[in-house]
Design a protein around this ligand. Structure first.
Ligand SMILES: [Fe+2]
Length: 191
C-alpha cells in the first residue's frame, strides 16, 4: 500500500460525528486536513460576529446542514447571500464577508487556499449605520485559529472615540453584536 500524505479516503459523515464536540461554541470549527494546499474546514454554529473577512483568494462554501448567510460589504454598501441547506457558493477574492450562523446545529464545509506568499488577508469592522470603514487590520495569515483571535481582541479593546464613525458619528458597539445588527437593520444599506 502506498503511503499517502493525507491518508486514505475517510467517511465524511463519520468524521463529522467524531468531531461534533468541536463544531459547537466556543470553537465552532474543525479542520479536516492540516498541512495541505487547501484549508478544509467544517464550521458549526451558533455564532455571533460583526467582523468582515477580506480573503485574497476564493472561498468555497457547501452548506451541509441547516441554513446560514453571509453579509457582504463593497464600496460602503451591504448585501447578503443566504446559504440554504444543500447550497454551494464560491466567494470571489477580496469580496469582504461576515458569515452569520445563528441557527443551532448548522454545518458548512468551507474550503480555502493556502495563501500565496506576500498576499495579505484583512479583517475589518464597518459602521452599521452608513457603511463607512471603522477599522481594518491586515495580516499574513498562516493559521486561522491562531492568527485571528489577537486581531479581534485588539478591536474590542479600542476606545469609543476610535470606534466613532468619521462619516456619520455613530459609535460602533464593538463586540455588542445585537447592537451592531440593529444599526445595520436601521441603516442606509440594510443587508
Ligand atoms: Fe457611519
Amino acid at each position: 500500500m502506498f503511503d499517502l500524505a493525507n491518508g486514505r479516503p475517510l467517511n465524511f459523515k463519520k468524521w463529522i460525528e467524531e468531531n461534533s464536540h468541536k463544531l459547537v461554541p466556543p470553537v465552532n470549527n474543525a479542520q479536516v486536513w492540516t498541512d495541505s494546499d487547501f484549508m478544509i474546514t467544517v464550521v458549526g454554529s451558533p455564532n455571533e460576529r460583526n467582523d468582515f473577512h477580506d480573503n485574497p483568494t476564493e472561498e468555497f462554501f457547501y452548506q451541509l446542514k441547516g441554513n446560514a448567510s453571509a453579509i457582504l460589504w463593497k464600496d460602503g454598501k451591504f448585501d447578503r447571500v443566504v446559504f440554504e441547506e444543500g447550497d454551494i457558493f464560491l466567494m470571489p477574492p477580496h469580496q469582504q464577508h461576515s458569515p452569520q450562523r445563528p441557527e443551532e446545529g448548522s454545518l458548512c464545509l468551507v474550503i480555502e487556499r493556502k495563501r500565496p506568499v506576500g498576499e495579505l488577508d484583512a479583517v475589518s469592522w464597518f459602521c452599521g449605520a452608513c457603511g463607512n470603514l471603522i477599522k481594518r487590520y491586515e495580516m499574513d495569515l498562516d493559521d486561522i485559529t491562531k492568527d485571528l483571535p489577537p486581531v479581534y481582541e485588539a478591536f474590542y479593546e479600542t476606545s469609543q472615540a476610535e470606534r466613532t464613525c468619521s462619516k456619520c458619528g455613530e459609535i460602533h458597539p464593538g463586540r455588542d453584536y445585537p447592537a451592531w445588527h440593529k444599526q445595520l437593520a436601521n441603516g442606509k444599506s440594510p443587508a
